[in-house]
Design a binder for this molecule. Sequence first.
Ligand code: SAM
Length: 277
Amino acid sequence: MSGTLYVVATPIGNLEDMTYRAVRILEEAALVAAEDTRHSRKLLNHYGISTPLISYHEHNEESRSSQLIDKLKAGESIALISDAGTPCIADPGYRLVSRCRQEGVMVAAVPGPSAVITALSISGLPTDAFRFVGFLPAKTHGRCQYLEQIKDEQQTIVCYEAPHRLVACLEDIARVCGTDRLIAIARELTKRHEELFSGRVDEALDYFSRSPVKGEIVILLGAAQEKLPEGTVAEALVRLRNETDLSWKDIVKQVAKEFGVPGSDVYKESLALRSLM
Ligand code: SAM
């Protein structure tokens, strides 16, 4: 029987946010695979856990995965943790999980904090659908190009950002997505200086430009406003009639959809136009 790989979430700041189950699994595992073993030793010490630690990070994922798979296959259970939050979420781990799945080794989640979900839950922005994009590109050129691709999303966009890049990032968001877009910025979640800024992009820029930004940051960008088509319904009807081979029925349908108005109203308008043509 092979052992189980437990993917264990740990606190993102407040050490009380550790689940009973996470503590038990870390105690019972043969080994804890951690991004930074010195950092994680402090967490384990805090809970009186003496399980040996082994490093597993983005630079040794490949080789370490093979080693860990061998141990799992030999029957040892291993707990995977990251420096904070849920492993594999903008953190190393998915390669190991994927290898385990390919090789028939059991993987079990021990859920807990993650900055993306924590920030969403207090942002006040719609959470029914959201797009998490991890870290944005670090330099302006790449960041603006990426923002161009996602600026029309009709759902909340969530990303992680380093504090020293926040203002430059907000400037790019203002340039590409507009200054009046809604935004929330969560800083130092679950910690002493926790803060949630909520407002428009220009207000956020003004607020965060006042003094150097410190701490850990999640940016949540409100969905794009649906763009109303330009011109009037009558103009759209004439344009489609002149520029396409669509039937009047299809033209009416399309214009009603574009303008978000009842088809019967557009139909009446089309009748008036047709009588003039
Ligand atoms: N796996 C982690 C998770 O589930 O949240 C995320 C790891 S990612 C490498 C680290 C980033 O998460 C930080 O740079 C920051 O953007 C965000 N983050 C982590 N803890 C946070 C906190 N307490 N408050 C705000 N953002 C946080």
